[in-house]
Ligand binder design. Structure first.
Ligand SMILES: [Mn+2]
Length: 477
């Protein structure tokens, strides 16, 4: 018996034993890249273990959703990528004899516990940076494989590929790579021959984006004259001895199409440019990082690069097509992949239209934050990304956190807040800002220091902004 996260091995085996005894399992998972990969890992492991199951997805596991799950009358429910935070509600159903919960999650548990609860936070492993929901599901899958090694490909180690997609999709990379328990999973994936790691330029879209777009759209590291500057990029590339077009058909070449020497040429010119333009040293370091490649996926596709894979999954999730994302994770490379790509290109169009809208209408500036209200013109599921993209777009200040409102339903408004790494280094923590400001107006919120969100009652936007402005002022003051 071996486990990628030894601290969690005993609990993982207890959970696996319970699942094996079940007549039927209802697999319930969160709708996002981490939740979809969690579900795919758990579904594959259950199938290989010969346990019958059905899969359902939910955006938010509230009391109503848990009640609906209980009403399905299944003896065992496996929750992945959520469940810990809802343990109080789930515990009520467990005590009522509705079902036995098994939970593979990495979020902060509610003030309650249960026997089959697999969460890194219970074992001293960081659930924000060391193990995702997909990682916890992978730990479970490895335990499930132990008894049925002949059925499971290499002890389910092949599923490490999906666990890495989930971790990257959950934004668990720090300093350009996965660390801790996540690194153990990467190592198992490398061992199993499904994952490859290389040190490469850390820009999004190496597999699929035309080279100029790769540089233009790269916004994690802001390089004047390159980022968001299409003409600047073309002038920059013009000065290098690299063919931009494919000799055969005249198509734009992508990063994957370049030779090692050409990549080196572009990368070092980019670093030089960044240095000349005064980009801080730690930002320049961030231009290079670890790239995780799924070696069984075809070169030049979204599936080969884990960050592109996770983006594709998020595109399906944001438009409530978890079925499509799950099918892609489970290996459908025909109709589901086609559908997912259409959802992604539709998503990109929505994003650029959203940014355009913000630029045209402008933002309102308070003392410490800037904000805009998209109403129902930007979907609430993408307004946060639009806000993040708008920061630094022409006419919108990069040095001030941005807050965006979008209609959620008749009673509620969705809020998304975005900062930049340099603001978080100065003390910005949008997670606590969103939590406190939303509670002050009768809503709820949370998230990460650099990106957070909330839901507040309609009509409270103005009061909310006042709280946010004061809180951000305290943090940055
Ligand atoms: Mn997650």
């Amino acid at each position: 018996m071996s486990s990628p996260v030894p601290e969690m091995a005993d609990r993982a085996h207890a959970c696996a034993d319970r699942l094996r005894e079940a007549d039927e399992v209802l697999l319930a998972s969160h709708i996002d890249a981490d939740g979809l990969t969690s579900a795919a890992i758990a579904a594959t492991a259950l199938e290989r273990a010969g346990v019958p199951f059905e899969t359902v997805f939910s955006k938010q596991l509230d009391a109503e959703e848990v009640a609906a799950i209980a009403a399905r009358d299944v003896d065992t429910v496996l929750f992945t990528d959520f469940g810990s935070g809802q343990l109080d509600v789930i515990g009520d159903h467990e005590r009522a004899g509705d079902f036995t919960p098994v939970i593979a999650d990495h979020h902060q548990p509610a003030d309650a516990d249960t026997e089959f609860h697999l969460n890194p936070l219970l074992f001293g492993v960081d659930g924000a940076s060391e193990l995702s929901g997909a990682g916890a599901s992978y730990v479970l899958a490895r335990a499930l494989a132990d008894e049925v090694a002949e059925n499971a490909a290499d002890g389910n180690r092949d599923l490490a590929a999906l666990a890495v997609v989930g971790a990257v999709g959950d934004m668990q990379t720090s300093d350009g790579e996965l660390v801790g328990a996540n690194a153990n999973i990467v190592a198992e994936g490398v061992d199993a021959g499904v994952v490859e790691t290389t040190t490469d330029i850390a820009l999004y879209g190496k597999q699929t984006r035309p080279l100029p777009k790769l540089l233009e759209y790269a916004s994690d590291v802001y390089i004047p004259g390159i980022s968001n500057d299409g003409n600047g990029v073309l002038r920059f590339l013009d000065g290098l001895d690299v063919d931009l077009r494919n000799g055969e058909n005249g198509d734009w070449r992508r990063w994957v199409d370049l030779t090692d020497d050409e990549r080196q040429t572009v990368a070092s010119a980019l670093v030089k440019r960044a240095m000349r333009r005064g980009v801080p040293a730690e930002k320049i370091d961030a231009l290079v990082g670890t790239t995780y490649t799924l070696v069984d996926e075809p070169q030049g596709t979204e599936l080969r690069d884990v960050s592109e894979f996770s983006t594709l999954l998020n595109a399906t999730a944001r438009y409530e097509r978890a079925d499509v994302g799950l099918a892609v994770c489970l290996g459908d490379r025909a109709a589901a992949l086609d559908r997912a790509r259409k959802l992604l290109s539709n998503h990109r169009r929505n994003l650029s239209e959203g940014v355009q809208l913000v630029q045209e209408e402008g933002v309102t500036r308070e003392e410490h934050v800037q904000w805009f209200d998209a109403g129902d013109r930007i979907r609430e599921t993408i307004v946060g990304i639009v806000a993040g993209m708008a920061v630094g777009a022409e006419g919108i200040d990069r040095g001030t956190p941005i807050v965006a409102f979008a209609a959620k339903n008749d009673e509620e408004v969705k809020v998304s807040a975005r900062g930049t790494p340099s603001l978080t280094r100065q003390g910005l923590d949008l997670s606590s800002v969103m939590t406190e400001a939303s509670r002050a107006v009768g809503g709820d919120g949370g998230g990460h220091d650099v990106a957070a969100g909330a839901t507040i009652p309609r009509g409270k936007e103005e009061a909310f902004v006042e709280h946010v402005d004061a809180l951000v002022g305290e943090q940055l003051g």
